[in-house]
Design a protein around this ligand. Structure first.
Ligand code: NAG
Ligand code: NAG
Length: 504
């Protein structure tokens, strides 16, 4: 009881301070003590719990992406008992709260070890402006010394309009090596939807893999800029000290298209405070795998302080946002300015709610999304499942940048070009481009239930959102009315969902 009161007072003080200084920035939209999934029906859920195929305390969400009413959430199979690795929240039905995750595109297509049809483990994902969702299946189960490679690395691309997988591409053996670990993806749309490339950073194998959608093939770059900095392998997060000294190239962000017609790919190794870049002119050309050493560039100044980062994104007008995992915060940099600490700012920080902000995204409406998951506590110690561990925040980009150095001299163009950059000169919108749909709150009409945190409540109050908590059974009838359980069980028998050999 005392603990509760203290917490309430602390939160109230933080809220008050926030309001008085105008600092309420990232708003808490969703939170969970532990993750739950929407199963086809209660019987399947009960059976999954009984068999260990669903273990509520084993799920850690790491990646997010927003597309229309869907907010995707990925959950790697680091431990057993993860029913689905690629999931979403339907924001029309549950605009906030602690909703159960809905497997995408289905539970059957999330079966571990079913290499041709399933997904074993997925980290960060990307929805593009052509309505495609880019998902790399690492084919792994486990983490660190428990990792098993049950399937090859394979890119899966889904058509978001039909929820059908429209491509599966297995990486060539030469694209990876025995140390390979890939958790990040960047998608580079050029002249049109066909002219698209995806880039994958190999953190522990120290490589960068390019994939051409048009040519349906891949190639791999290697460079010493992908290596960790031996002086930057020490981490202090959530009161834990640990060494992640081997961690190389990790977070990536693509710039808008530059005057030469190409983007810049910015990247940082995880054990590093440095920033590097390379033009997509190089990455798009398989012939440049050799002899491109000098085409990779670096910034002389490092990020200041403890500035490890695992995820970054760049807006259509060249503002980079990046997570600062040692600082429980999200940073910004305006790429029109020099890459120096004076030109970096923190857009939001919270030492309780933003411990390990694992992923940062900007959607089509220029809304920023951040997920925090206390990952080092999960990996190195133990999460307290009576406490809220996972949170998803959102805020308009402009609100986040207000009053920071990143907003200085920022142009405020009023129209998008269709392929991911602001077009300052075009007179008309290109044909075929539709305004992105704003989040529809119309579906949320149920009574206001007690919200789980004051911050989420503040969000809901200010946005006139009724918090809607639905029992999974409501979902059963609405999402899976055509689902035939017998097929799932046959499927599992034939495939490996229940085969404990695939787990560690
Ligand atoms: C894996 O590593 C952990 C910690 O580093 C250690 O405690 C454990 O014994 C290792 N397991 C195996 C199978 O090597
Ligand atoms: C792309 O290449 C893979 C081989 O890795 C092949 O299985 C697939 O059918 C190809 N897809 C297309 C659309 O050509």
């Amino acid at each position: 009881m005392n603990k509760f009161i203290n917490k309430f007072i602390v939160t109230a003080v933080i809220l008050f301070a926030g309001i008085t200084s105008g600092q309420v920035r990232l708003q808490e939209r969703f939170n969970w003590r532990q993750l739950d999934w929407v199963f086809p029906n209660q019987q399947i859920r009960d059976r999954a719990i009984a068999s260990g195929d669903y273990i509520p305390t084993n799920g850690l969400p790491v990646g997010i992406e927003r597309w229309q009413n869907k907010l995707f959430v990925t959950v790697p199979r680091w431990r057993n008992g993860i029913p689905a690795v690629l999931n979403y929240i339907d924001m029309n039905r549950t605009p906030s709260g602690s909703p159960a995750l809905i497997p995408y595109p289905s539970l059957e297509q999330n079966v571990a070890g079913d290499c041709a049809n399933g997904l074993s483990t997925v980290y960060r994902i990307k929805a593009d402006r052509c309505g495609r969702l880019w998902v790399l299946d690492t084919g792994t189960i486990g983490i660190g010394n428990t990792t098993q490679n049950v399937c090859p690395y394979a890119l899966n691309v889904f058509d978001l309009a039909t929820d059908r997988r429209i491509r599966r591409y297995e990486f060539r053996p030469e694209d990876t090596n025995p140390n390979t670990f890939i958790a990040n993806i960047a998608v580079d749309i050029g002249r049109n939807c066909e002219d698209t490339f995806a880039y994958f950073s190999d953190e522990l194998g120290y490589g960068l893999i390019s994939y051409s959608w048009e040519q349906n093939r891949s190639w791999r770059f290697e460079h010493s800029f992908f290596f960790p900095d031996p002086l930057r392998g020490d981490f202090n997060i959530a009161g834990l000290n640990f060494q992640w000294g081997e961690e190389g190239i990790f977070g990536m962000a693509l710039s808008p298209i530059q005057n030469d017609g190409f983007r810049k790919l910015y990247f940082s190794p995880l054990a590093s405070h440095r920033e590097f870049s390379v033009s997509t002119r190089i990455l798009r050309d398989a012939n440049r795998v050799e002899e491109s050493y000098h085409d990779f560039t670096y910034f002389v100044e490092e990020r200041a302080g403890n500035a490890h980062t695992t995820s970054r994104v760049m807006s259509d007008d060249g503002i980079m946002l990046f997570n600062l995992i040692d600082q429980n915060s999200v940073g910004c940099w305006n790429s029109a300015t020099a890459y120096t600490p004076q030109n970096h700012a923190v857009v939001d920080r919270d030492d309780e709610t933003m411990v390990f902000p694992a992923d940062v995204k900007i959607d089509e409406t220029n809304t920023v999304w951040v997920i925090s998951d206390r990952m080092p506590v999960f990996l190195i110690a133990n999460l307290d499942y009576t406490d809220i561990n996972f949170r998803i925040f959102s805020a308009p980009l402009d609100t986040l940048l207000q009053g920071t150095v990143c907003a200085n001299g920022r142009r405020t163009p009023n129209r998008f070009s269709p392929f991911g950059f602001f077009d300052y000169t075009a007179d008309a919108l290109s044909p075929g481009y539709q305004s992105p749909n704003l989040i529809g709150f119309a579906g949320a009409t149920s009574q206001i239930l007690r919200s789980s945190t004051p911050k989420a409540f503040a969000y809901n109050e200010h946005n006139n959102v009724a918090i809607k908590t639905e029992s999974p059974s409501t979902y059963f009838s609405n999402f899976h009315s055509n689902f035939d359980d017998r097929n799932l069980f046959d499927y599992q028998k034939k495939n490996t969902w229940n085969n404990r050999n695939y787990y560690f």
